[in-house]
Design a protein around this ligand. Structure first.
Ligand SMILES: *[C@@H]1O[C@H](CO)[C@@H](O)[C@H](O)[C@H]1NC(C)=O
Length: 252
């Protein structure tokens, strides 16, 4: 669309440079071609939007941690809602957090969770939801948000899954059995492979990196952080970053 706008503009102005011996449909293919053909400024925004990768946010968390629930409900959810259309943020969640695992003689894993056995139940359900959503954030996040926003995430799980296209019986069976046990072990390995190692939850990794500074920015105002980090042309939703209040972040 933008190419045609640029072309229409140029044909109106009628001042295509002599060095531009390329058909108009290729003028926005690269900045050097755009420069030769005198359409640099019109193509720059288009090229940026094409070239920039979405900001990749990974969240390491556990189902009953208050700071995780606060981050999910007051930052990740509204930011995802705002930026969904623009596609400038990619996200994923790893439900495990500060849990511990010990392998049993059966080959399965025995988990111990920070907020007790209930939290392990929540983590298992969430790992199964992610699996049956084929790891698609846009599919599983509304369900995990629904759980984390409820007064009791584990009691709410059935209702939250039933509001989605997933099958609660399948999720429930998964979470109680070997499949859930294996899925949670995958999350454990992912969490344990973090570099630097995680020291608390919620633990945020952006574009594969974690620093104390970026954690504070992302946890305090995720929309602003993603907009600031994104290297392409900023979508209009980035103008509304000030609407989100800086929150006092907590962690454990
Ligand atoms: C799993 O770990 C808990 C706490 O460490 C322990 O009480 C329990 O007996 C273990 N379960 C198995 C099956 O080993």
């Amino acid at each position: 669309m933008k190419i045609y706008v640029a072309i229409a503009f140029i044909s109106l102005v009628g001042c295509v440079s002599a060095q531009c011996n390329i058909p108009p449909q290729y003028w926005c293919d690269s900045l050097s071609v755009a420069q030769k053909c005198g359409v640099e400024s019109a193509c720059r925004e288009f090229l940026n939007a094409e070239a920039a990768e979405p900001v990749n946010i990974e969240l390491y968390f556990e189902s009953l941690c208050p700071g995780c629930r606060q981050f999910i409900t007051t930052q990740l959810y509204p930011t995802w809602m705002s930026l969904k259309e623009s596609g400038i943020m990619a996200a994923s969640m790893v439900p495990y957090g500060n849990a511990k695992e010990v392998q049993l003689s059966s080959g399965l894993w025995n988990y111990t969770c920070q907020h007790g056995a209930e939290e392990c139940v929540g983590n298992l359900i969430e790992n199964c939801i992610i699996h049956y959503s084929e790891d698609k954030f846009d599919t599983y996040f509304p369900i995990l948000y629904c759980m984390e926003d409820a007064s009791d995430p584990i009691k709410a799980a059935e209702m939250c899954v039933k509001k989605s296209d997933l099958d609660w019986d399948q999720i429930h069976t998964c979470s109680k059995g070997e499949q859930g046990n294996h899925l949670m072990h995958k999350s454990a390995m992912k969490t344990e492979a973090l570099d630097p190692a995680h020291k608390y939850v919620p633990w945020i990794v952006a574009n594969g990196k974690h620093t104390e500074g970026m954690q504070q920015e992302a946890q305090g105002n995720l929309l602003k952080f993603v907009c600031d980090t994104y290297t392409g042309a900023k979508p209009k939703e980035c103008q509304s970053g000030i609407k989100f209040k800086q929150i006092v972040s907590f962690r454990e």
